[in-house]
Design a protein around this ligand. Structure first.
Ligand code: AMP
Length: 121
């Protein structure tokens, strides 16, 4: 599958769709999820064109990998959820319901999040 240059996060990266830029560096951009599932719900995306976790982990340079994952931690720290705790979620593929085909990590926190998975659909 080829990377879709018109996916919503590609458009956010190009500034065509607005977002509140909570954190940005050479490797990553973080912004609030438009449909928050918790008091803190932030998306962190790499700047490179990667469809999924598998794509990013296989193809990104060592610099991009380190830069991105360090940014995820920096965003959690900035959002002040480090002490209370937070959950990182990465949906990958149809069973997980990955809707946007640009790799992203959800940071969720700000309240007790319960068990890992909710009841089956
Ligand atoms: P996923 O299901 O893991 O692909 O998650 C995609 C997430 O992107 C969802 O939680 C959406 O609420 C979120 N989302 C979609 N469009 C936007 C947008 N324009 N700004 C912020 N978040 C968005």
């Amino acid at each position: 599958m080829a990377y879709d240059d018109n996916n919503i996060f590609a458009r956010i990266l190009r500034g065509e769709i607005p977002c509140t830029r909570l954190y940005e560096d050479e490797f990553a951009l973080a912004f609030p999820d438009i449909h928050p599932q918790a008091p803190t719900h932030i998306l962190v995306i790499p700047k490179g064109k990667y469809i999924s976790a598998a794509d990013f982990n296989a193809k990104a340079s060592a610099e991009e990998l380190v830069g991105f994952y360090r940014a995820v931690s920096a965003v959690a720290k900035q959002a002040a959820v480090e002490e209370s705790g937070y959950r990182l979620i990465c949906n990958a593929g149809p069973h997980s319901h990955q809707d946007v085909p640009h790799y992203h990590i959800h940071i969720l926190g700000g309240r007790p999040l319960g068990h890992l998975l909710g009841p089956p659909l």
